[in-house]
Design a protein around this ligand. Structure first.
Ligand code: SF4
Length: 351
């Protein structure tokens, strides 16, 4: 601070960036979670990331992960990509989006924050300041962009047309990204759908697959949406009824098994999980945990094993047909129970 006060400048060492540039068209049955895993998979192929602990290479470690080429993602989807940058040991993550999804998200978020105020949540001054900041940005929306001649420590290009099957992370290392065809057939005992990597669309997708299943699942299934709002909406839409009917154990919203300090999977269980990380013993003692999409996790729960590519694509076909309904996000500004309370909130002037 003294240096800045004396010289009027403050030199800061900024970490370098690694640019991940997606291009091409997403293939049928391929989910956003597969794109999350495509990043370490592509880095492994290029020799920029190794799985072995001895002499480990990791191009992302301590750098900023910049992601381009998916500009129309919803903000909830972008969170899924950014969330996983911690698993890459990156210092931070940016995702280049168009203005439209950001405007859509902030409009919804303002209503949600006002609703929270009406419910007596949190620090009123902090929430009010956030709302006003978002309203100011919406009045003049501008986004930061990388310089045209920006230099990167590495550029990794991923052509979506080449990703024709899901990508999972094998037990017990989130860097160990493998194609479904390399791990298909492994027996699965338990399945966890939850954590901050999931949004409401994942639970609808799983619910739609499970809806057609008759009887109780051959696996122990755990469901834990990340927020109470997700839980309320899924209950209203009937998905909690489907989860209950197939014998899933429904946990209270939050981190749940991902944290590993509440419920745990059985000792030595083989698990498919949608959570962020699968470090040894995190979900359960001696458990072998695959990381995968909620869609693939639901199929594994039904079959009691990791499906083959053909089996998975057969289930995924049904999801593609109902994608518009499944992958809707919680736009609180379009839900009367939230807007009614938000509209009645009068923000403090002096914050
Ligand atoms: S413990 Fe909670 S916040 Fe941390 S990664 Fe898991 S779900 Fe996300």
């Amino acid at each position: 601070m003294a240096f800045a006060a004396a010289t009027g400048v403050m030199p800061l060492d900024m970490p370098e960036s690694v640019l991940v540039r997606f291009k091409g068209e997403l293939q049928p049955g391929i989910t956003l979670r597969d794109l999350v895993h495509a990043i370490p998979y592509a880095a492994i192929q290029k020799g920029l990331l190794t799985v072995e602990k001895a002499g480990k290479k990791n191009i992302f470690s301590g750098r900023i992960l910049e992601i381009e080429g998916l500009p129309t993602l919803k903000v909830e989807q972008a969170f899924e990509l950014a969330d996983a940058s911690a698993e890459r040991s990156a210092a931070g993550c940016t995702i280049k989006l168009d203005k439209e999804p950001i405007i859509e998200y902030l409009k919804s978020n303002i209503v949600m924050l006002k609703w929270m105020l009406s419910e007596g949540y949190g620090d009123v001054r902090t929430i009010t300041r956030r709302i006003k900041g978002m309203e100011e940005w919406l009045a003049n929306p501008t986004l930061m962009e990388a310089d045209k001649d920006a230099e990167y420590a590495e550029i990794i290009e991923i052509d979506l047309a080449t990703i024709k099957e899901p990508i999972l992370c094998a037990p017990n290392d989130p860097d160990d990204a493998r194609l479904l065809s390399d791990v298909a057939g492994d027996k699965i005992d338990e399945v966890f759908i939850g954590s901050c990597m999931t949004n409401i669309g994942h639970f609808r997708a799983a619910g739609k697959l499970l809806e057609k299943y008759q009887g109780e699942l051959p696996t122990r299934m755990w469901i834990a949406p990340p927020t109470k709002m997700d839980k309320d909406q899924l209950t209203e839409e009937g998905y909690y009824g489907i989860f209950g009917r197939v014998g899933a154990r429904i946990e209270i919203p939050g981190c749940s098994l991902c944290m590993g300090n509440q419920a745990r999977v059985a000792e030595g269980a083989s698990v498919v999980s949608t959570s962020t990380r699968n470090f040894p013993n995190r979900l359960g003692k001696g458990a072998n945990v695959y990381l995968a999409s909620a869609e693939l996790a639901a199929v594994a729960a039904i079959l009691g094993k990791i499906p083959t590519v053909a089996e998975y694509l057969q289930y995924a076909k049904a999801l593609d047909a109902t994608a518009a309904d499944t992958y809707r996000y919680l736009n609180f500004n379009e839900i009367a129970s939230y807007t009614k309370k938000a509209d009645a909130v009068i923000l403090q002037q002096a914050v």
